[in-house]
Design a protein around this ligand. Structure first.
Ligand SMILES: C[S@@+](CC[C@H](N)C(=O)[O-])C[C@H]1O[C@@H](n2cnc3c(N)ncnc32)[C@H](O)[C@@H]1O
Length: 193
């Protein structure tokens, strides 16, 4: 039985390699050095001294760009000894209050974006996020092939943060079809933790 299962697994991996079609991030686990450009652009919105929670930290390419910032790397799997392990698709979110939530290429893989953004907005006062909106990638087949689980338009993304008390502060150029959004807690709103 094990032999059959392994053979089926090999056939499936072969098909995935040929078609570039993945069902989940766990199957994909691919990091592209070009994302460093996006991270560099996003890091400009973090002020010295602000604490940062890097949600879906991957290879932690943000870390060397920080100056005097407390850094909390979080991922569904342990990337090094400092990683806080939490699987957002199991509704796990660390009990960490940080000034800035940093979301580089992660939100696309989250099934319950409503829940996820609620967690972020209740523990941070700013969120720097890159997100491939449906305007940038309209074809659902392409989105599914990339194993993306959320399909928000620009307007949908803004509404999601707005209903959790964060408004759009700035929006920067599209780095390789990755718009960058900065949201800040509405004046008078305090983290609800
Ligand atoms: C496209 S990579 C981006 C990595 C990094 N932020 C960057 O820009 O280089 C997506 C990241 O989200 C993490 N991730 C995906 N699904 C997750 C989940 N359900 N829970 C926690 N992390 C997840 C992946 O492990 C990965 O590190």
């Amino acid at each position: 039985m094990n032999g059959v299962t392994n053979a089926l697994r090999r056939v499936r991996s072969g098909i995935e390699l040929l078609t570039g079609c993945y069902r989940s991030w766990e199957e994909l686990e691919y990091f592209d050095e070009s994302w460093k450009n996006r991270i560099e652009e996003m890091a400009r919105f973090i002020a010295p001294g602000e604490s940062v929670i890097d949600l879906g930290c991957g290879k932690m390419w943000l870390k060397p760009l920080l100056k005097n910032n407390i850094y909390h790397p979080v991922d569904y799997k342990r990337r090094d000894e400092s990683t806080v392990v939490a699987n957002f698709n199991r509704h796990e979110y660390p009990d960490i209050v940080a000034d800035v939530a940093f979301l580089s290429g992660t939100l696309e893989y989250i099934e319950d974006s409503d829940w996820f953004v609620r967690q972020i907005c209740s523990r941070s006062k700013k969120c720097v996020v890159s997100y491939c909106t449906t305007e940038c990638y309209p074809d659902l087949k392409v989105r599914n092939r990339k194993a993306w689980k959320s399909h928000l338009s620009r307007c949908g993304l803004l509404e999601l943060f707005a209903k959790n008390g964060m408004d759009l502060d700035s929006e920067s150029g599209v780095v390789a079809q990755n718009p960058i959004f900065v949201f800040s807690k509405r004046k008078g709103e305090v983290p609800a933790v």
